[in-house]
Design a protein around this ligand. Structure first.
Ligand code: ZN
Length: 64
């Protein structure tokens, strides 16, 4: 998947605007779509959480 940094608003909780953000994908809700953008610090936090999730799944999968 191609990703690009652009200047915009972070959608991941820090509420910063006019910062470098990365497009993570579309948010789809009730038939509406919006671009989901995240700044670098928020992306780091999200990826750390995702990596912890993947590691837990890996341990569960390989434990048996
Ligand atoms: Zn942010």
């Amino acid at each position: 998947m191609e990703r690009y940094w652009t200047t915009g608003d972070c959608w991941l909780g820090c509420e910063r605007t006019g910062v470098q953000v990365l497009w993570l994908g579309p948010i789809q809700w009730d038939g509406w779509t919006a671009p989901f953008m995240a700044c670098a610090p928020c992306l780091d936090r999200l990826l750390a959480q995702a990596r912890a999730h993947w590691l837990r799944r890996l341990r569960v999968t390989t434990a048996s």
